[in-house]
Design a protein around this ligand. Structure first.
Ligand code: NI
Length: 186
């Protein structure tokens, strides 16, 4: 396994629609090794998720694993999830807002509205159908990661860019306010 370099804001690959992965391609040694490397890279960078375009591969592959970390101390714990060729089938009209960051937008945080619940169909890393119905924080992280497969970044989803902050200024000015409000979706 290997830790892969991460594409940063400005790399054109972050703005392209990634290609779907074919069944034979998914089972190929190179693709399975890429998924292993993405998982290792995500964990090494303290990320909650990572999408293939972020490691310079324009394919519809994302990995997620929620766990509290230095970057996200309040994150819940989830199992490791690999999502291939996802398609949303339903999204709630109810929105929740949360502070997001991104390994491709180093040192930045912003308040982003996301659907509170969604369902999606995809494949797992063995090519088996995956049907997910998720809510809350996992739904938020999924929307963030799957956006990467469609060339979108969290800054595109912000309703108001005035909250866009560097990490240090987020800690200083926004994080205490957020915690005083209970950290709850608003
Ligand atoms: Ni990201």
């Amino acid at each position: 396994m290997a830790i892969l370099p991460i594409a940063k804001l400005g790399e054109p690959i972050l703005r392209r629609l990634a290609d779907p992965v074919g069944p034979d391609e998914l089972m190929a040694t190179g693709t399975q090794a890429l998924i292993d490397d993405m998982i290792e890279t995500m964990r090494s960078a303290n990320g909650l998720g990572l999408a293939a375009p972020q490691v310079f591969v324009s394919k519809q592959i994302a990995v997620l694993q929620l766990a509290p970390s230095a970057r996200y101390p309040d994150a819940p714990v989830s199992g490791l999830l690999t999502v291939i060729n996802p398609v949303f089938s339903d999204q709630s009209s109810e929105m929740i807002q949360g502070w997001e960051g991104c390994l491709s937008l180093e040192n930045l945080r912003g308040l982003v509205p996301r659907h509170a619940a969604l369902t999606l169909d995809a494949l797992d890393r063995q090519g088996q159908p995956l049907h997910l119905a998720v809510t809350g924080f996992l739904a938020v992280v999924l929307q963030h990661e799957l956006d990467h497969l469609w060339g979108k970044l969290f800054i595109d989803r912000m309703a108001d860019l005035s909250t866009l902050s560097h990490q240090r200024e987020y800690d200083r000015h926004w994080s205490p306010l957020w915690q005083r409000a209970g950290g709850a979706p608003v």
